[in-house]
Ligand binder design. Structure first.
Ligand code: 13P
Ligand code: SF4
Length: 302
């Protein structure tokens, strides 16, 4: 165990802290985390933890959601500048305009969004519960923000509803080109293609399975196949290989890296724990307004 890891272990005990990490952070950070998971799992954990301090190894919206769901906890972010660009890709004036136009509109907000956007939504979703939640809504018209690609993926499975979008996307998943996936399939003809729904619809159409990061890991683990082309951020390879040492995993392209997730380092985790710095704060009214759609998600996803 290296010196930084040892320090983190000591500090965790001293401060009664828990370390949560998303599958996209560096391997070394996943290694020291108490829990690793997808966005839904991590947001549920944030409501259940008995720790006094939560260190959230991920991007801004994750720490913010944890704080909103559990305002009494101290939530620390190893790097405050780690932000998901998609979290900002919706327009509040546009949401309100559509509300005035469609009486029965439900604003469904992907958890990859700022608290300001969530405050204007009826319900939040993650990639692992979006289908169940959208199906459970009585509304015919769904404004799906901010991720168009996840929205289109859900819309295809709920043809009875009418979806509206605002042009948001994840730059990391959007950069995975269908041509690259086809080339990877030619190079590895035995491999199954597993994709995240943030990918372009043309990529999802080429996939044998489309699901959240945990969904991809579970699918590969349960599958009898030996080889997989993976269309999501390459941080998932750590857990994929750990759970499946005999299987082979290939990225579809060379660019599947989220620069914001990679800002989280062991040294930064140690420093925020030591100094109790980078604490997430969400103003009370915003916390209450953005908390409602998050709580509704947890309720409907049960
Ligand atoms: P999930 O882990 O919930 O599938 O989300 C992927 C993602 O892009 C998180 O930023
Ligand atoms: Fe945001 Fe995409 Fe990075 Fe996830 S992978 S944090 S959606 S930019």
């Amino acid at each position: 165990m290296n010196a930084v890891t040892e320090e983190i272990k000591q500090l965790k005990k001293e401060k009664n802290a828990v370390i949560l990490a998303h599958y996209y952070v560096e391997d070394a950070v996943q290694e020291i985390a108490d829990y690793i998971g997808d966005s839904y799992y991590l947001s549920r954990l944030a409501t259940e933890t008995t720790a006094d301090v939560v260190v959230f190894c991920g991007v801004g919206f994750m720490g913010e959601s944890a704080k909103v769901l559990n305002p009494g906890k101290k939530v620390l972010m190893p790097d405050m500048s780690a932000d998901c660009p998609m979290a900002h890709m919706a327009d509040i004036a546009g949401i309100e305009k559509l509300r005035a136009e469609y009486e029965d509109l439900a604003v469904v907000c992907y958890i990859n969004s700022t608290a300001e956007l969530k405050a204007h939504a009826d319900v939040c979703v993650t990639s692992s519960n979006a289908l169940k939640i959208v199906k459970a809504l009585p509304n015919k018209h769904i404004l799906f923000i901010p991720d168009d690609n996840l929205g289109h993926f859900i819309a295809e499975q709920v043809p009875e509803k009418e979806f509206l979008y605002q042009n948001g996307h994840c730059p990391v998943h959007k950069a995975i080109a269908p041509e690259a996936v086809k080339k990877a399939k030619q190079e590895h003809p035995q491999a199954l293609v597993l994709a995240h729904p943030e990918c372009l619809p043309e990529v999802s159409a080429l996939a044998d399975y489309v699901g959240s990061t945990s969904g991809i890991i579970d699918y590969a683990t349960k599958s009898d196949a030996e080889e997989f082309v993976i269309c999501t951020e390459t941080g998932v390879f750590y857990e994929l290989k750990k759970k499946n040492p005999g299987k082979k995993f290939y990225p579809a392209s060379a660019h599947q890296i989220c620069p914001d997730m990679k800002k989280i380092t062991l040294e930064k985790v140690r420093d925020v724990l030591k100094n109790e710095s980078n604490a997430v704060t969400v103003e009370k009214e915003l916390s209450e307004k953005s908390g409602r759609p998050l709580e509704r998600m947890l309720e409907l996803a049960k």
